[in-house]
Design a protein around this ligand. Sequence first.
Ligand code: SF4
Length: 209
Amino acid sequence: MNENIGKRNRLLAEKVIKGLESRNMTAEFAENREEALKKALAFIPEGSVVGMGGCMSAHEIGLVEELKNKNYNFIDRDKETDKRTAMLKTYDADFFISSANAITEDGVIINIDGNSNRVSAIAQGPKKVLFIIGMNKVCCDSDAAMKRARSVAAPINAQRVGVATPCVETGSCIDCKSPDTICCQFLITRFSRHKDRIHVILVNEDLGF
Ligand code: SF4
């Protein structure tokens, strides 16, 4: 991490954390992946039932490996033959792990989803939601955040899951209505009705996309 970028991120994170707190969420800052992993594990008590959607950032900080190998009841979607059962178990989990497609400087979190299991679990169901968000996802306002989610995150996610959408061919979004589109539901998390249900770890590194 370039020293000046790191310094700017530290200052910006203070503003994002205040914004999240004003929206009934909690947040903290981690200097790097290792610190983010420690904070995430400190937040999730051993024995908890933990679910997640596709969350590259959680993989990148090593959290998924820890949840699989240590004393957690991790709902491993890849191992479940019945995806609907896994989804329903996740809605009743103690914790749901997610990243964001974008977050504004004043703490509004944007997510786009195809199957929509991720956005629905963020909105309701699991007792707590833990976001792992790299500072590369912070945008100046809601317009910029939505643009990032649609023009950067969604085409790359479409590449990742290997769907047949125009953005996979061109790298840019044309607002398609392809049957394979991963842009079915847009979730704007601007306030948490339930205090402390949502916790965010902002990481001073580029994570996910
Ligand atoms: S709307 Fe279609 S083209 Fe745009 S990012 Fe989503 S899947 Fe790709």
